[in-house]
Unconditional design. Structure first.
Length: 42
């Protein structure tokens, strides 16, 4: 397999530059809280 920009470790220029929008971060946190609540019910 030829390495490309999606191959783990071969996109060194951009790997540390990934960012999340505040809206996405908030939705992710809400989703994680919902999963925790569901796990506590069982």
């Amino acid at each position: 397999m030829n390495p490309n920009k999606l191959t783990h470790g071969h996109n060194l220029l951009w790997e540390s530059s990934r960012m999340m929008l505040p809206e996405h971060k908030e939705l992710l946190q809400q989703h994680q809280q919902q999963l925790i609540k569901k796990q506590n019910l069982f």
